[in-house]
Design a protein around this ligand. Structure first.
Ligand SMILES: NC(=O)c1ccc[n+]([C@@H]2O[C@H](COP(=O)([O-])OP(=O)(O)OC[C@H]3O[C@@H](n4cnc5c(N)ncnc54)[C@H](O)[C@@H]3O)[C@@H](O)[C@H]2O)c1
Length: 384
């Protein structure tokens, strides 16, 4: 029997000037396994309903509270199976917590919340209700990044000693927020973005390379957050040095003032037996350096047997056909969908261990420690 399509609700992501709602909608629809059922897409109720209609959602709501409460009253199969939250950071906690309280799955954008306290409260709700939950650290959805995680866990590079993670951009090198550019305006506002601008927005992606791929979290950090653009309330440059749980070290460098750089993130993980390296600038290749050996390059392709069964369902085309950002985002939806289908009793592949609620909380703990360290002139600060 064919599987029914899962029903997805979306919070945020509407209106003409919106950025990341579009990629999520494309990701949700990519595999023809889910549909856009309910939307509370803007903060203004009339615009929210109009936007849901424009974007062909089956049901439009004036706000996320009304949406979650109304959907929760419907029978499973009619109601939304999960919500995708793609609002500015200050509007993550509310809908995520309410959906989780009703056992409705959540795919929440990063950073998880605006404070660690909120993140921990959300974690309590999610764990108490057993709600399927994924945090949208998009780059963890690239199959080559998933393969890197698997190789590290299987001991291919030995014990992890050092992780370098980077995420440079240049779009906030000038005072873009003054021009009314929406995405810039809320990202430099502490009330909307949280205690760190650059760190919360992209430093968290880089830190997730450390936790997700290398499999080790930070125990303490020294950090320097800086606002290069005059008058900006939040950092536009973020540099952290971390001590890791296993005694290793990590450097996490994110920047929004590196002119000319786009979203050129990546990582290098040095272990006792070798080094793995990946960058989005060459995202279909994963490099494995071994001393005295030719460089080994894993390449993307559904037919390659070096991809374990846990990753195969996440590769869509044979070798030579590039997959990229939208597929990576779709892979995070796929993991949430497989988790939900498993809960519904359907026979599906085991979902990959993509970032969940604990990873979102860890990202917030890292950011708060980095902010505190920077305020204390780079003092070592405990994470969490
Ligand atoms: N994972 C990634 O790679 C990635 C990339 C870009 C953005 N993001 C994250 O996505 C989120 C949104 O970022 P963006 O750049 O798309 O912002 P944006 O300003 O382009 O869009 C925000 C949307 O939320 C809506 N909105 C605001 N408050 C709302 C509310 N209370 N209820 C319903 N809708 C509301 C706005 O109308 C708008 O449609 C942020 O948390 C950001 O960090 C993640």
């Amino acid at each position: 029997m064919s599987q029914r399509k899962l029903r997805v609700g979306m919070v945020g992501g509407g209106g003409p000037a919106n950025f990341f709602g579009g990629p999520h909608r494309r990701a949700i629809l990519m595999d023809n396994t889910a549909e856009l059922t309910a939307g509370a897409l803007r903060s203004n109720p009339e615009e929210s309903i109009a936007s849901a209609k424009d974007l062909h959602f089956t049901r439009g709501y004036g706000d996320w509270k009304g949406m979650v409460e109304a959907e929760a009253k419907l029978a499973i199969g009619d109601r939304i199976d999960y919500v995708t939250i793609v609002t500015p950071n200050d509007a993550h906690f509310g809908p995520a917590d309410l959906a989780a309280a009703h056992g409705i799955g959540v795919l929440c954008e990063k950073p998880l919340t605006t404070t660690l306290d909120e993140a921990r409260r959300l974690q309590k709700t999610v764990e108490a209700t057993g709600t399927p939950f994924v945090v949208a650290y998009t780059y963890t959805g690239f199959p080559m990044v998933m393969l890197a995680k698997t190789l590290v866990a299987d001991g291919a590079i030995g014990e992890v000693r050092k992780v370098e993670a980077w995420y440079p951009q240049g779009w906030l090198a000038n005072n873009l927020e003054q021009s009314g550019q929406k995405q810039a305006a809320w990202r430099v506002n502490p009330l909307k973005a949280g205690a760190s601008g650059c760190g919360g927005d992209i430093g968290t992606h880089a830190y997730e390379f450390v936790r997700f791929v290398a499999g080790v979290g930070a125990t303490r950090v020294q950090a320097r957050l800086k606002s290069f653009v005059a008058g900006r309330a939040l950092d536009d440059d973020f540099t952290a040095f971390a001590e890791l749980e296993n005694g290793g070290i990590a450097t996490i460098a994110a920047s929004q003032i590196t002119i000319g750089l786009q979203n050129d993130n990546g990582f290098r993980i040095a272990g006792t037996k070798g080094t793995l390296e990946w960058s989005i600038t060459d995202h279909n290749n994963l490099k494995h350096y071994q001393g005295g050996q030719p460089l080994k390059i894993y390449r993307l392709g559904a037919e390659y047997d070096y991809f374990p069964a846990s990753i195969k369902p996440y590769i869509r085309v044979p070798s030579g056909h590039p997959e990229g950002f939208h597929e990576a985002l779709a892979n995070l939806h796929l993991t949430l969908q497989l988790t939900i289908r498993t809960k519904l009793g359907e026979q599906v592949p085991t979902p990959f261990a993509h970032p969940g609620i604990a990873d979102g909380v860890a990202g917030m703990a890292f950011i708060e420690a980095a902010v505190a360290s920077s305020k204390a002139e780079g003092e070592w600060t405990k994470v969490g």
